[in-house]
Design a protein around this ligand. Structure first.
Ligand code: FAD
Ligand code: NAD
Ligand code: NAD
Length: 503
């Protein structure tokens, strides 16, 4: 009989594949060294390889998996009926095509032992290995077993790590085992397995991860009668991003998916019940919830462990490695993805924790490592799908504390003559400040009114962000609007550019 701690450790050991098993197979010096095996790193590799076709690129990744994308882990992978497909980490995209989570299959990578001699260079992956420290002036890194590798150019793309709750940090191992975070393939596999034999899950957090996962798990758990709770501080789902009315509307959709959403509430305490099977959560609204498992979706922290030793600066407000517009922290040292705090020439200093930013910043860092000196100027987008009826894409700064103006298609326009004739009468406008909802129509909004539309986010009357709500294939228009002088007299006119009644 193993203790719970032993079981957890055994799981960790089973999952951490280390290839190559000995670090002596890893080159002692390399042209391009990429720290982290995520999206930003892989995108940098692609850019380096197209600028420098015989480049030798070594990726050191602490994860035991090939480079892959994370978005389907909280969405698409939960929706198919085919268990084998989910286990093989393939999923159906929105357009019906099947895709793998992995960017490239194993044979794409040059074996680490052959990288130095391969005629045309290539990319090698040392997985399950961690960079412990960087010596920036000597241009060297040290791995977790002490091995040193020197580089010509280096990228730090170490991403972010899930935050945990204090009540979890303070708990004993037995109680800790009832909690998990959700970021990696192994987190997905563990949760998939658990869902087969548990009856209730509480998700703490109302942001991207909590909201997507709550809808996905409720759908998946329907057949087995698994109850999903979602508990968070905000008034509605995505309350930090969406204007109040839209957040409220989204919460109703999440409830319709079968999730019991508990808003404006925090978990104050947790205890293991006498049968040791369930956790009791004491909530700030006075209620108690008893569940088999708890998922913490309470934000992520940029992974900047390497900063202190290397003497790299961390942004005191936004966190993350401080870099310039060219994504450079020091000579020959670049940062991209979630962990970069960069200077956006248009919108000021930022840090972005989304997929497309990892792609775009990784690409820019890669181009600059290979000799270009380009500034950050292509705005990344992001998207989220919360269950089957809420999908949106966004660009720029989208923060619900800003003034917003939303224009929505009113009702369901089934009559084609109405679709062709987009007028102000067919749109519903909502202006919201952080204080109040300034709209005469707010009381009479029917359930359908927020199905489709566009929301502008304003700072000093200038557009700084745009949400395209259930409205696709218009990102280039949004990018264009954000790129121009952005101070528009009539936002309704701008909204017309998006043809919100069209498909
Ligand atoms: P990561 O993907 O986190 O990769 C960092 C890598 O570095 C990891 O492999 C890590 O193990 C490795 N590493 C860290 N430290 C070291 C070290 N010292 N040595 C070696 N390796 C190290 N964004 C969207 O826009 N849309 C979505 O729908 C969406 N869905 C998401 C769903 C989930 C479940 C999650 C978790 C995120 C989602 N995101 C989404 C966010 C997006 O996935 C991230 O912004 C993106 O993965 C960031 O890429 P990255 O390369 O910066 O970091
Ligand atoms: P988030 O920042 O979107 O949301 C965090 C949530 O946790 C908020 O509801 C917040 O109020 C709550 N919270 C924070 N501290 C808390 C505390 N001490 N107690 C209780 N609640 C607390 O982060 P997330 O949803 O956890 O997502 C994790 C990471 O994954 C982020 O980087 C996110 O951008 C990324 N992600 C992105 C997408 C997407 O872009 N579609 C999807 C999933 C995950
Ligand atoms: P996509 O599959 O073309 O790309 C998604 C993101 O992944 C992009 O940001 C892209 O930069 C990146 N990406 C694509 N291939 C990559 C690769 N091989 N390596 C690294 N990164 C790669 O999807 P999209 O058209 O941009 O749509 C994004 C999301 O929007 C979809 O996942 C879907 O949820 C939603 N969407 C829905 C509809 C709809 O009609 N319901 C339409 C369009 C998009």
């Amino acid at each position: 009989n193993l203790t719970t701690e032993e079981v957890t450790n055994a799981k960790k050991v089973r999952k951490l594949v280390k290839i190559p098993s000995l670090s002596e197979s890893i080159p002692d010096n390399i042209q391009y060294l990429l720290i982290g095996g995520g999206t930003a790193s892989f995108s940098a590799f692609r850019a380096i390889k197209s600028a420098d076709p015989t480049a030798r690129v070594l990726v050191i990744s602490a994860e035991g998996y090939l480079p892959h994308m994370r978005p389907p882990l909280s969405k698409e992978l939960w929706y198919g009926d085919d268990t084998e497909m989910a286990k093989s980490l393939n999923f159906h995209q929105w357009n019906g095509t099947t895709r793998s989570l992995f960017y490239e299959p194993e044979p794409f990578y040059t074996p680490v032992e052959e990288l130095t001699t391969a005629k045309n260079g290539g990319i090698s992956l040392a997985r399950g290995w961690k960079v412990e420290s960087i010596n920036v002036s000597k241009k060297k890194v040290k791995l977790n077993d002490g091995k040193e590798i020197s580089y010509d150019k280096c990228l730090i793309a170490t991403g972010s790590v899930p935050k945990t709750l204090k009540l979890y940090d303070d708990a004993n191992e037995e109680l800790k085992n009832k909690f998990s975070v959700f970021r990696s393939i192994s987190d997905f596999e563990d949760l998939w397995e658990q869902l087969g034999h548990i009856k209730s899950i509480a998700i703490i957090g109302g942001g991207f991860l909590g909201s997507e996962l709550a809808a996905s798990l409720a759908n998946k758990g329907k057949k087995n009668g698994v109850k999903i709770y979602q508990i968070f501080k905000e008034k509605g789902n995505m309350g930090k991003v969406l204007p109040k009315y839209l957040s409220h509307w989204t919460t109703e959709k999440v409830r319709n998916e079968g999730v019991e959403v508990v808003t404006e509430t925090e978990v104050e305490n947790c205890t293991l019940e006498n049968n040791k099977r369930r956790v009791n959560l004491k909530l700030s609204n006075g209620e108690n919830i008893s569940v088999d498992h708890v998922i913490m979706a309470v934000g992520a922290k940029p992974n900047t462990e390497l900063a202190t030793d290397a003497g790299l600066e961390i942004d005191s407000k936004l966190d993350g490695y401080l870099v310039n517009s060219e994504l450079q922290a020091r000579t020959d040292l670049y940062i991209a993805g979630d962990c970069a705090c960069f200077y956006d020439k248009q919108l000021g200093r930022r840090r972005v924790e989304h997929h497309d930013h990892a792609v775009i910043s990784g690409r820019l860092a890669g181009e600059n490592m290979a000799g270009a000196a380009k500034p950050y100027q292509h705005q990344p987008m992001f998207w989220s799908d919360i269950g089957p009826s809420v999908g949106y894409e966004a660009i720029g700064i989208v923060d619900s504390s800003l003034v917003t103006l939303g224009v929505f298609a009113k009702g369901n326009h089934k009559d084609p003559s109405l679709l062709a004739n987009e007028t102000d009468q067919n749109t519903l406008q909502n202006k919201e400040t952080n204080e109040e909802l300034v709209s005469k129509n707010s009381e009479s909004i029917s359930e359908n009114d927020y199905n489709k539309g566009v929301v502008f986010y304003l700072k000093n009357d200038v557009i700084v962000g745009i949400v395209l709500w259930n409205l696709f294939n218009r990102m280039s228009i949004a990018r264009q609007v954000l790129k121009s002088d952005r101070c528009y007299k009539d936002l309704n006119e701008v909204a017309k550019l998006f043809n919100i009644h069209g498909d």
